[in-house]
Design a protein around this ligand. Structure first.
Ligand code: MGD
Ligand code: MGD
Ligand code: SF4
Ligand code: MO
Length: 708
């Protein structure tokens, strides 16, 4: 039997054809007829089968004992978890229980909706998610510029003549906050049409091979670069006055704010020649259409929101906003913003964390403050934690400190498929059934696609009896907590029963969202379209997506303009010859959790520290040497890889490694181990407007491992 399905592993949403023989997946290949991916696929898709069959993947709930893990029934596990959560909230207030939701929850509509509803039921202010290591600067810039947190632009890759990519490596990541499907075909298509691709990245990444130009910027330099490009655009009369005035307010304030950032002034700090900056600004402004797109490298820098704002401002003032070939909004089949409003994801800064007073974004506090909120006694201290589809020990800065804080919690429960570096600290783990046993729909990434398409996928193999999905687990746990809140006993049991009876399926909810969405579709229609439905190229959406100032973009939000003062200080800073650490991704890896798939980890070690030959010879180091990478927060030992691909002064490590602590329960990953980059990144380093962790540009020292 053949089943067509969208891959749920990353944002590209590739269409797959799976062959199934009596509930065994026997083959996985690209679906050439998929409306978005058109036959593209990457090596990770094959790992879907390995994860499905992985003997280390949990098949039943487990409880931690003094010597290991014991199997418990679903009834026992849910009752115990609910009781412990309820007790902590009763004794210490509702904020005493925290929740962390990870990236994997975004790739399943049941977990996305279930996680949000469950978080709301907990009623705690201490909710965290992966976005504070990821997209919050983009969300914040959208809130300020468009008046809406979830109005996220995507580059119109299919029609642009000039694609400026800053701090993204789609050749490895397959695209982020731009779902491309056919990543390579779509991006390389730009040059085939005679367009240009310019990459700005401290490392000559895999994407550099697709680009016409690569500029190795100093980490953190993008805000200054973009301000200088805007300086040139204003100074040389390259503003598209007609379109800019029609679309935006604050143009002259922006022009005045960037006046002090001449290319000559920023050149030394960003490590690029003034002539290069000038030339780039002119080419961008003079291109028939152009789009500046910034991602992780910008969002994880010291200046995430400012850099993101300036990139979008460049699109707007050059007339490249909300028009084909420029920066546009998707028109997805499910209106993400409406869903976000329904579940309370809208503002920022409405409340702050207890200790460091860091702001929430979309109802979530920065995860960089989790450890201190657990360690610091007093009202509001986090004593219990729920994790859902996340691995913060490997994904949040100062990961080792966080691991120690987790070990000190009164109670922790994880909804996860593995006993890993994070969940090993849980008292109970509640595992959902295999992802191939559930239907699939991309609520989030459908709203970020570079072409409007929609697809629903059926389960690949029949759901196992008694094996709940994330949605079911969260709903059941919520029902048990409601039972406790109603005082247990007969009243409690009735309350629980009522909730269980009322439980809709995620697909029921989806059907409703589709029917009330902009295309008035239904689940039935999607079931019939097994390769998806093409809804056409991106269309102008400004009047719907820009929700303030009569549909006009604010080009000069007060707090972002004010934050340019930090960019000034950064430019004028005296720099020593020290090193800064940046991250990287590899096509065969996916954050922290796919190293247990044998086909993905075979081959060379991909967890090395990359260093420029200049820096290596200054330290007497060579490829293969074990080295110690250290910062204020911590140190790890890794193997060195000397390469001219990173610029001098910069070293690069991938995140998501460091599996030694879980080697008994993740046997494949444990054998390759690698080091946890986030043992070196520092939870004290956050961007002030959003509290987003600064994971790129972290000051480090590197020395021979034997010297320590
Ligand atoms: N230094 C550094 N740190 C980073 C980054 C970086 O670039 N550099 N990137 C950041 C970014 S962008 C992100 S998104 C985060 C990601 O970090 P997190 O979201 O914290 O974690 P992931 O590594 O994605 O781990 C996903 C977890 O979900 C589990 N899982 C997988 N499938 C399922 C499922 O179907 N259901 C459930 N319940 N669990 C499942 C896995 O076992 C794993 O525990 O990392 C961030 N951290
Ligand atoms: N194969 C694979 N695919 C993935 C993931 C994965 O782990 N593996 N993770 C998924 C997730 S959760 C996300 S969020 C996306 C992220 O997708 P991308 O945003 O494409 O992320 P990266 O591949 O980490 O590329 C970031 C690039 O920024 C560069 N950089 C670092 N600092 C700076 C800086 O200061 N300025 C500039 N200009 N560049 C800088 C780095 O060298 C790196 O090449 O990928 C997703 N897709
Ligand atoms: S690119 Fe992403 S969506 Fe496509 S097959 Fe690979 S992991 Fe799956
Ligand atoms: Mo991410």
């Amino acid at each position: 039997m053949r089943v067509f399905r969208t891959c749920h592993l990353c944002e590209a949403m590739c269409g797959l054809t799976l062959t199934v023989d009596r509930d065994r997946v026997t083959d996985i290949r690209a679906d050439a007829d998929d409306v978005l991916s058109r036959g593209h696929i990457c090596p990770k898709a094959l790992a879907l089968r390995e994860i499905h069959e992985d003997p280390d993947r949990l098949r039943h709930p487990v409880r931690r004992t003094g010597s290991g893990w014991e199997q418990v029934t679903w009834g026992e596990a849910l009752d115990e978890a609910a009781q412990r959560i309820h007790d902590l909230q009763q004794r210490h207030g509702r904020h005493a229980v925290g929740m962390y939701t990870g990236n994997a929850a975004l790739h399943d509509h049941g977990a996305t909706l279930g996680g949000t509803l469950f978080g709301a039921l907990l009623g705690t202010r201490n909710r965290f998610d992966a976005n504070s290591q990821d997209a919050n600067p983009k969300l914040f810039a959208s809130l300020r510029m468009f008046g809406e947190l979830t109005s996220l632009t995507v580059p119109d890759v299919d029609r642009t003549d000039f694609f400026l990519i800053l701090g993204a490596n789609p050749a490895a990541s397959n695209g982020s906050l731009m779902s491309l499907g056919d990543v390579r075909g779509r991006i390389r298509g730009i040059r085939q049409r005679g367009g240009r691709i310019v990459l700005v990245d401290p490392r000559r990444s895999e994407t550099a091979a697709w680009a016409d130009e690569h500029h190795a910027i100093r980490p953190g330099g993008d805000a200054a670069l973009l301000a200088a490009m805007l300086h040139v655009v204003f100074a040389e009369g390259l503003v598209d006055e007609r379109r800019a005035n029609q679309m935006a307010i604050g143009i002259s304030t922006l022009g005045a704010a960037v006046r002090r950032f001449s290319p000559e002034r920023v050149a030394g700090a960003i490590g690029l020649d003034a002539a290069v900056v000038r030339d780039l600004a002119r080419k961008f402004a003079n291109a028939r259409t152009a789009v500046a797109y910034g991602r992780i490298g910008l969002c994880q820098s010291l200046f995430g929101p400012v850099a993101t704002w300036l990139a979008e401002a460049l699109n707007v003032v050059t007339g490249n906003f909300d028009r084909p070939g420029g920066s546009m909004f998707a028109r997805p089949a499910v209106d993400l913003t409406r869903v976000a409003h329904m579940i309370g994801v809208q503002g920022a800064g409405r409340f702050r964390s207890r200790q460091r007073k860091l702001p929430e974004v979309g109802g979530m506090l920065p995860a960089a403050t989790m450890a201190e909120e657990m360690e610091t006694a007093g009202a509001g201290q986090i004593r219990g934690l729920v994790t859902l589809a996340g691995n913060p020990v490997l994904s949040v800065p100062s990961g080792e400190r966080l691991a120690r804080a987790l070990a000190g919690l009164d109670f922790m429960v994880s909804v996860d498929i593995y006993v890993n570096e994070t969940t090993r600290h849980a008292h109970l783990i509640l595992p959902p059934a295999s992802a191939l046993e559930r239907s699939h729909f991309d609520v989030v990434f459908g709203a970020l696609a570079v072409r409007n398409t929609v697809k629903w996928s059926p389960p690949v193999v029949a759901p196992t009896m008694d094996a709940p999905q994330d949605w079911d687990i969260l709903w059941s746990l919520a029902s048990c907590i409601v039972e406790q809140r109603a005082g247990g006993g007969p009243v409690g049991r009735v309350a629980r029963r009522a909730m269980e009876v009322a439980k809709p399926s995620p697909d029921r909810v989806l059907d409703l969202l589709l029917r009330t969405g902009p295309y008035r579709l239904s689940l039935k229609r999607l079931r019939e379209a097994e390769h998806g439905i093409d809804l056409g190229p991106l269309v102008p959406m400004r009047h719907d997506r820009v929700r303030h100032h009569g549909g006009r973009v604010d080009l000069a939000p007060g707090d972002l303009v004010a934050d340019l003062a930090r960019v000034d200080a950064w430019i004028d800073e005296r720099r020593d010859a020290g090193l800064v650490l940046i991250g990287r991704r590899h096509l065969r890896s996916n954050n922290s959790w796919m190293h247990n798939a044998p086909s993905l980890v075979k081959g060379p070690d991909r967890s090395s520290l990359m260093m420029n030959p200049e820096d290596a010879s200054a330290r007497g180091l060579k490829t293969g040497d074990p080295v110690r990478v250290g910062s204020r927060a911590g140190a790890v030992e890794v193997r060195l890889e000397v390469t001219p691909d990173v610029r001098p002064g910069v070293v690069s490590l991938p995140h998501g490694f460091g599996h030694a602590a879980a080697r008994d329960t993740l046997r494949v990953a444990g054998a390759i181990a690698g080091a946890n980059m986030n043992a070196v990144t520092d939870d004290a380093l956050v961007e002030p407007l959003t509290g987003t962790a600064v994971l790129s540009g972290v000051p480090v020292s590197v020395s021979p491992a034997s010297a320590t």
